[in-house]
Ligand binder design. Sequence first.
Ligand SMILES: [Zn+2]
Length: 113
Amino acid sequence: MRWRKRRIQSLARESIENLFELADEAYSSHPDRAHRYMEIVRNISMRTRVRIPRHLKRRFCRRCHHFLVHGDNCRVRTRNGKVVVTCLDCGNVMRIPFVHEKKHRAKNLTDTR
Ligand SMILES: [Zn+2]
């Protein structure tokens, strides 16, 4: 049983990544289709309890579940160590801290010295 669950989850993770790619391609000509893909992503993620990968999380709106394209239907700014993503379709604001990246960079700098 455990094996089966893991297999389903790895399939789910793959589908989620694929759907984000599809949405990326579809957005320019069919934005509605891209948003529909996000609904499917949400469904898969909830049903299989697979988290949406970190790098993709900021590409869809948590409130209206729209696919977000930077510079088109969302605004991306950095502020006080956070990436602030504003969905221009519903006005939802997501703040993603980048403390980790900062720490990483600081470490790399000291390493090269
Ligand atoms: Zn939104």
